[in-house]
Design a protein around this ligand. Structure first.
Ligand code: G6P
Ligand code: MG
Length: 225
């Protein structure tokens, strides 16, 4: 039986995935190369330093650790310039209605706990900017984990803090690495995006606008038999 929902942040609750893409491209451009939207899909859910390593490898650039830290800090500053302009209006379509349905389910005798599972160290700031800090029963962010997605650590810690079993959780993810993390953690993986990209997901919807809590729970019940 499903007892908890674990939400990724960037690209699921807010559109900061686009800000990461813009800031990383700006950094790559400053080094004399560029990368595609398809390559960007491989960065989603991947920690800041691991993302930097992947981008530098793509551009064939080798740098000292000190220079890499400088570049990561610069990218983060460009990213924060965008985050600091955020307001509750930047919550993605369908999210608030979906969160309200979770609350309603609880009032109707089906309590569902919710946790954040993001590898971003900026997660608390972003939640604060969009006014979502208070809604979670547990928050696992980049400061609480040692392994980036696709390692399941972030979601397993979320389940543990909520005191539920992995198989009682649904993970909400827009990243290939995040879906893999959910499956490796033995959780139901709901993909937000395209089924052509999120091929390992148990179910994919274009956005939370296209799903109700009741529909989701029925789909999981059917899948789990
Ligand atoms: C999320 C995003 C990644 C980002 C990572 C670290 O997983 O999907 O694109 O690199 O968080 O974010 P941070 O805010 O700590 O740089
Ligand atoms: Mg994401």
């Amino acid at each position: 039986m499903i007892k908890a929902f674990l939400f990724d942040l960037d690209g699921v609750l807010v559109d900061t995935a686009v800000f990461h893409y813009q800031a990383w491209r700006r950094m790559a451009n400053s080094l004399g190369f560029d990368f595609t939207h398809e390559f960007n899909e491989t960065l989603k859910g991947v920690s800041r330093m691991d993302s930097l390593d992947r981008i530098l490898a793509l551009g064939g650039v080798t740098l000292t650790d000190e220079r890499k830290l400088e570049l990561a800090a610069q990218k983060n500053q460009w990213y924060l310039d965008l985050v600091n302009e955020m307001t509750p209006a930047d919550i993605l379509p369908g999210v608030n209605a979906f969160l309200a349905q979770i609350k309603q389910a609880g009032e109707q005798g089906q309590p569902i706990k919710i946790a954040l599972g993001s590898v971003s160290k900026n997660a608390p700031l972003i939640l604060d900017r969009v006014g979502l800090s208070h809604i979670f029963d547990a928050i696992i962010d980049g400061s609480k984990i040692t392994h980036s997605k696709p390692d399941p650590e972030v979601f397993l810690k979320g389940a543990a803090e909520l005191n539920v079993l992995p198989e009682e959780c649904i993970v909400f993810e827009d990243a290939v690495a995040g879906i893999e993390a959910a499956k490796r953690g033995n959780m139901f993986a709901l993909g937000i995006g395209s089924p052509d990209v999120l091929t390992q997901a148990d179910l994919v919807v274009p956005s939370l606008e296209h799903l109700t809590v009741t529909e989701l729970l029925s789909a999981v019940e059917r899948a789990q038999g």
